[in-house]
Design a protein around this ligand. Structure first.
Ligand code: G6P
Length: 604
């Protein structure tokens, strides 16, 4: 699961590739490399570590075009200089970069070795370079097609050959690949973020397709050589900024962007006249909605937690039975797909392999699937029947913050829309609309308390373990809070439904194990106080996240403004993001690129 980028044109490819790699680094980052075609043949540099380490080792004479680059997140073979991409054939003429997994790599390696080919790395990807060289056809694209016909698995692939410097060949199957059309230059990458600095005109390849890029244009076809025409689309990035804008980390920047991100998610979608939501992209009319008997939300990681929150919003406001499941589990259990169920796939990137697989399985079984997606034109967005775009702007830091909150808001809009077609009265609809309208400002007020939150984070940053608890819609917020803390600070954090404490985890409680409690001011408030009393009785320190300033006997309170019960849990999630950030920052962690993780998990 990696990032790839390719360039052909009159410029020197090296700086273009390095810039593209920097943009892609959040996808994976244990090693990086690039190759360019120069007059004397291929020039290749690769290294373990980050793109800036690659850049530091590149000599000034390292120039050429076309070129390909890669940032790696290891699946097969440890991170090492040899396992880093690009991979070359034995003669050093063909270079490839690959994102995905070649499933029959073991057999292909054995076959190549029996023919006398020496493979130098432990990767599954290297076989591609040798297979392409072995095909030996006059045109590189034909060699690539021959090689890919032998391969089982997934790939986003870019290939150059020093003997054919007029072209780059790219192909896609199961891993994203997007072409960028410049002025007498062409690019390709696994994510538009690597392209937007150079062009806004893009073409999304579909699975089973390849393209030949030349400086003055491109040709797309299927792997079996049937030409296809794909019209370019224009990437709308608005005012999106890819820089740090004065923040120390992208995570910090993205936490602070939430008021604007939420305002964009709401923009044009609140219908005060009918006390409902305008969601033009859903493609569901009132009759469709009346026929829905069940809703299932699917996603991975933070998207799954947001889905759990969404399920309780939908049940609460629309009274439609709803539940969420992790897409990675759903896809493997041969799920029963009901004809009157609505499925909602949630994915910030729209490229998470498990979520895409779940969508495809559902579509194959005839289900209606909506997508809640941030990246416009991504695979989930394209393959769903309709959906809601978040418009949160690019999220670079691996840990999700603004897209989690925006997804929660999108799901509240969906719940409102469904509710107003079912049994939710106009006064109730208005109450939700008013709460949503105030939401960006309430987030701002939480962000203003950052110094207090940082103070609490510094008091607890030496803990080895923390528990996070919440009830009903507070529970997914506790789960997301625990996830943020563990992924960026590496402190062990576990979330539990508060009533479950006494069924096991209470055994862990003591002065050394702080509990972060999500305590909305709602009907369950007295029940939450009882849970806190159970913890205090075992001398466990409590950090309460709440809009109530009068919770007795707690070590610290992270205070938020009061909000309607439907939105309160989402607001309580904001201090937990800042808490995790400041704990991680005080421990000097690599906040934007935590170890072993990648933002966009495009492999199984
Ligand atoms: C990865 C990321 C998580 C993210 C999940 C789903 O695991 O590290 O932060 O929540 O993927 O990503 P998606 O793009 O589908 O929302």
């Amino acid at each position: 699961m990696c990032g790839i980028v390719a360039y052909i044109g009159s410029r020197d490819a090296t700086p273009v590739l390095l810039e593209g790699l920097q943009r892609l680094e959040y996808r994976g980052y244990d090693s990086a490399g690039l190759a360019v075609v120069a007059s004397g043949g291929l020039k290749v540099r690769k290294t373990t570590g980050k793109v800036r380490e690659l850049e530091a080792g590149i000599p000034r004479r390292f120039k050429g075009s076309p070129g390909i680059g890669h940032t790696r997140w290891a699946t097969h073979g440890v991170p090492s200089d040899t396992n880093a991409h690009p991979h070359l054939d034995g003669a050093g003429q063909v270079a490839i970069v690959h994102n995905g997994i070649i499933e029959n790599a073991t057999e292909l390696r054995a076959q190549l070795e029996s023919e006398g080919v020496t493979l130098v790395s432990e990767t599954d990807s290297e076989v591609l370079a040798h297979l392409i060289a072995r095909a030996g056809r006059p045109d590189l694209e034909d060699s690539v097609a021959d090689a890919l016909n032998l391969v089982e698995g997934t790939y986003g692939l870019a290939v150059i050959d020093s003997r054919q410097p007029d072209r780059v060949v790219v192909a896609r199957n199961g891993s994203p690949l997007i072409l960028g059309i410049g002025d007498k230059e062409m690019l390709a990458a696994s994510d538009v973020t690597a392209l937007v600095r150079f062009t806004r005109q893009v073409v999304h390849l579909e699975d089973g397709e390849m393209a030949v890029l030349r400086a003055d244009g491109y040709r797309t076809s299927t792997l079996d050589h049937r030409p296809i025409t794909r019209a370019p689309s224009t990437v709308e990035q608005g005012q999106a900024s890819y820089g740090l804008d004065g923040h120390a980390h992208y995570l910090h920047k993205e936490i602070h962007e939430q008021p604007e991100a939420v305002a964009r998610a709401l923009s044009g979608r609140l219908d005060r006249r009918f006390s409902t939501a305008h969601l033009g992209g859903l493609g569901l009319d009132a009759r469709d909605v009346a026929g829905i008997r069940r809703i299932k939300l699917l996603g991975c990681g933070s998207a799954y937690f947001a889905g759990r929150l969404g399920a309780s919003l939908i049940e609460g406001l629309a009274r439609i039975p709803a539940d969420a499941e992790s897409a990675s589990e759903f896809r493997y259990r041969n799920p029963v797909v009901e004809p009157d169920a609505l499925y909602v796939a949630i994915s910030q990137s729209g490229e998470t392999a498990d979520t895409i697989a779940a969508v495809r399985e559902l579509k194959r079984k005839g289900a209606r699937v909506l997508g809640i997606v941030n990246v416009v034109g991504s695979t989930v967005a394209r393959e769903c029947d309709g959906g809601i775009y978040l418009h949160a702007g690019p999220e670079i830091s691996v840990a999700s913050t603004k897209t989690f909150t925006s997804t929660g808001v999108a799901l509240a809009l969906l719940a409102l829309y469904l509710g107003r077609i079912r049994d939710l009265g106009p006064a109730e609809g208005r109450r939700i609309i008013d709460a949503l309208s105030e939401f960006p400002d309430q987030i701002r007020r939480v962000l203003d308390t950052e110094a207090d939150i940082a103070g609490v984070a510094n008091r607890f940053n030496q803990s080895a373990d923390m528990l996070f608890i919440g009830r009903v819609s507070g529970y997914p917020i506790a789960e997301e809070g625990a996830q943020k803390l563990k992924e960026i600070s590496y402190i062990h954090a576990e979330a539990y439904a508060a009533p479950e404490l006494k069924h096991g985890p209470l055994a862990l409680i003591g002065p050394e194990v702080p509990t972060v409690a999500v305590v909305p001011d709602d009907a369950l408030y007295p029940k939450n106080l009882s849970s806190l009393a159970e913890i205090r009785a075992r001398r466990g320190p409590v950090i309460a996240v709440t809009s109530r300033s009068d919770i007795p006997d707690v070590e610290a309170t992270l205070l938020v403004p009061r909000s309607e019960p439907e939105l309160a849990p989402l607001l309580l999630g904001i201090p937990l993001q800042l808490f995790a950030y400041h704990v991680a920052n005080s421990l000097g962690r690599d906040i934007d690129q935590p170890r072993n993780l990648a933002k966009s998990v495009t492999v199984e």
